[in-house]
Every structure is written in structure tokens, then in C-alpha cells.
Design a binder for this molecule. Structure first.
Ligand code: NAD
Ligand code: ISE
Length: 336
């Protein structure tokens, strides 16, 4: 059976996910598209899926008989409404990060899925599918002893003008927030933010870089530098310090050159290239599970925990140096 997927939001990542469903992965096809900008949906239809139907609204797409499963790639603030719509229709749904822009919104999704009684939602935390992180987790779990500290960095060469201080958390750090819960099999208890001097390439509404310190229930301290005007490339770093040794995330494959009296390695500049394989694997996982009427991978609960942690980090941004406690309710049995 070929899974019929409807894509809501046909901007940068919606187009890219449509391409991978149509041209890279097996078992699914895009049968429906929707975007508030209908021209964008029509352009993706023309370029990638001429047989797909373009719907005026996301809710019409969700209700359509031509859609078995839904992919949400619209702006973060619109995710909650569409995820709740898909759950109400009993259709599996892949939601790009963030699951919702507030912890309350993410909790409403958890409650709706729990009331439905089985998993339908996968959140787009693709780093859990990245070969480097999977290899790192294997070493952390089996070789370096209990983790004590993590040193990490999330650097983008540049960001658009509308990117402002809290987005460093909701838009960027949210990947680390999720992947470190998974990597360490742990939950967070507190957050603290420190702002170094703002770099010259930034602007009045963006304090960049920032350093976020998260502490986990098991006592591990994670320091992550977020620097989104670093200029030189898109660079994701992670080093785990354990009781017996240290393990680091591998660098993406790059040719080493000896050229013009220098030793050189190219560094990627675009997140789409850095995680291209993990996007393929995460969507393949979604297609397999959704074809069986369910979901696997990062859950609504993971999306909710990321939202609770993000809110704490944003509160910490407003009170530099203060320790903000992180609390959440018990995990429902559906997510054990
Ligand atoms: P984008 O601005 O390029 O595209 C978003 C699209 O959503 C636009 O075409 C816009 O018109 C459409 N849209 C907005 N509101 C809508 C609504 N109510 N209904 C239907 N369509 C609507 O943004 P993007 O970079 O593609 O990001 C989209 C989402 O994907 C964001 O939540 C972002 O955080 C996430 N994202 C995830 C990753 C990742 O690495 N997992 C990378 C980039 C973006
Ligand atoms: C972007 O929205 C993403 O999700 C990328 O994966 C991330 O690395 C980047 O910093 C975000 O802006």
C-alpha cells in the first residue's frame, strides 16, 4: 500500500520533505498540499507532485479522503491547531519542531493523544536519527562511564533579520534540548543563561552569542553555546565527559586538502546539508509507522518536555545568571 501524505506548509522544509517523499523514499506519495500562500503550494505541486491536490486550508486537507497521514511544516505557531486536527481525525501526523510554541499548547496535544489511546504523533527531532549521534550514544551508553558534563555548540553562519533573542531557544537550541534528553536518558531540572558581549554582526533585538547551562536529574551539567552569526559555517559540536573517558560527535565527512601551503577541511554552511541523511531516515520511520496507523520516534511527550525546557530557558534569558527550576507532570503510560 502507498501511504497518501498531505503536506501543510510548503516553504523551505515543506518543499524539501516533499522532494524526499516523491524522489528519495519508498512507500508514500504526496497527494495533497496546503499553504496560506497558495502560490507556494502550487509551485511545489508543479515542481514535485503534479497529481497532488492543493487545498485552501490545512483543516480541509486533514479531512480529505485523499490523505492518510499529515506532515506539518508551517510556522511553529500554527502547529498546535493542525496536530490537534489530525489527532481528532485519527490520522498519523509528523510535526516539524516545535510541537507547539508554548508548553500549555504541547500539553493539550499530549492530552488529546492520550485520550485517543495510541500514538499518532512524531515530532521532527531528526538528530536522533543522525548516524553520528547514534554512534555517540552507543559509546556514551557502553564505554565512557556515567556522563558528568557535556560541552556543546550550535553555530549558524548567519540568520534572517527577524530572528530575535528568544528564537535562539525555540528555533535553535530546541534540537540540543531534545537530543541531550535522548543521549543521556535523563530529564532537566534547571536552566541558566549567560550572555557574553554581543557580536558586531548582530542587531538590537538579538543577543548573540548566548550560553545555556542545563542541569539534569542525574546531575549532568550541559553547557551549550548558541552563536548564530558565527560567519564561518554551520557547525554542531558535542563532547560528553564521562567517569572513564570522553566521547565527541564525529565531524561530517569532508576531504582533507593540502593546498597552497595550508591543511584544509571544508565546513558545511547549511543545516539542510548537515542533516540531509537524518531527515531521510526520520521520514522513512514515519512512513513505516504511519502505514500501520501509528507513530514512532520522538513523541508528543518529547515535544512537550522540549517546550517546558524552552520556556524555562527563555525565562532564564530574562534574568541573566539566575537558576530557573524545571518541573513537569508524570509521564503518561502511553509514552513509557
Ligand atoms: P518557511 O517560512 O520557509 O515555510 C513555512 C511555510 O508555512 C510558508 O510557506 C508559510 O506561508 C506557511 N504557513 C504559515 N502559516 C501557515 C498556516 N497557518 N497554514 C499553512 N501554511 C502556513 O519556514 P521553514 O524554514 O520551512 O520552517 C517551517 C517549520 O519547520 C518551522 O516550524 C521550523 O522550525 C521547522 N524547521 C525544522 C528544521 C529541522 O531541522 N528540523 C529546519 C528548518 C525548519
Ligand atoms: C533551523 O530552524 C533548524 O531547525 C536547524 O536544524 C537549526 O540548526 C537552525 O539553527 C534553525 O534555525
Amino acid at each position: 500500500m502507498t501511504l497518501k501524505i498531505g503536506v501543510i506548509g510548503t516553504g523551505m522544509i515543506g518543499r524539501d520533505h516533499t522532494r524526499r517523499i516523491q524522489q528519495v523514499l519508498a512507500g508514500a506519495e504526496v497527494t495533497a498540499l496546503s499553504d496560506v500562500n497558495l502560490d507556494s503550494a502550487r509551485a511545489v505541486q508543479a515542481d514535485l507532485c503534479p497529481d497532488a491536490q492543493v487545498f485552501e486550508t490545512g483543516q480541509d486537507l486533514i479531512a480529505s479522503d485523499t490523505v492518510d497521514a499529515v506532515l506539518i511544516c508551517s510556522w511553529g505557531a500554527t502547529h498546535e491547531e493542525y496536530v490537534l486536527g489530525a489527532i481528532a481525525a485519527g490520522k498519523p501526523v509528523f510535526c516539524e519542531k516545535p510541537l507547539a510554541t508554548t508548553a500549555d499548547g504541547a500539553k493539550r496535544i499530549v492530552d488529546a493523544e492520550v485520550a485517543h489511546g495510541s500514538r499518532l504523533v512524531q515530532v521532527g527531532f531528526m538528530r536522533r536519527y543522525d548516524a553520528g549521534y547514534v554512534a555517540l550514544k552507543n559509546v556514551v551508553d557502553t564505554q565512557i562511564g556515567a556522563p558528568i558534563m557535556v560541552h556543546a555548540a550550535h553555530r549558524n553562519p548567519t540568520v534572517p533579520e527577524q530572528y530575535v533573542t528568544p528564537m535562539a531557544i525555540h528555533d535553535t537550541l530546541i534540537h540540543e534540548i531534545d537530543v541531550f534528553r535522548w543521549l543521556l536518558d535523563d530529564d532537566y531540572v534547571s536552566a541558566r543563561v549567560t550572555f557574553p558581549r554581543t557580536c558586531a554582526a548582530s542587531h538590537a533585538k538579538l543577543r548573540d552569542p548566548q550560553i545555556v547551562t542545563l542541569k539534569t536529574a542525574k546531575g549532568t551539567v550541559i553547557n551549550t553555546e548558541i552563536y548564530v552569526n558565527c560567519k564561518y559555517g554551520y557547525d554542531i559540536q558535542c563532547q560528553v565527559v564521562g567517569e572513564e573517558g570522553i566521547a565527541s560527535l564525529p565531524e561530517p565527512m569532508a576531504i582533507t586538502k593540502r593546498l597552497n601551503a595550508t591543511l584544509q577541511n571544508e565546513i558545511l554552511t547549511d543545516w539542510k546539508d548537515r542533516f540531509v541523511d537524518s531527515y531521510d531516515v526520520e521520514l522513512n520511520d514515519f512512513i513505516k509507522a504511519a502505514s500501520a496507523g501509528t507513530a514512532s520516534g520522538p513523541s508528543s511527550w518529547d515535544g512537550y518536555m522540549a517546550a517546558v525546557t524552552s520556556d524555562a530557558c527563555v525565562a532564564a534569558q530574562h534574568d541573566e545568571g539566575a537558576l530557573v527550576q524545571i518541573t513537569y507532570p508524570d509521564r503518561p503510560a502511553l509514552y513509557n
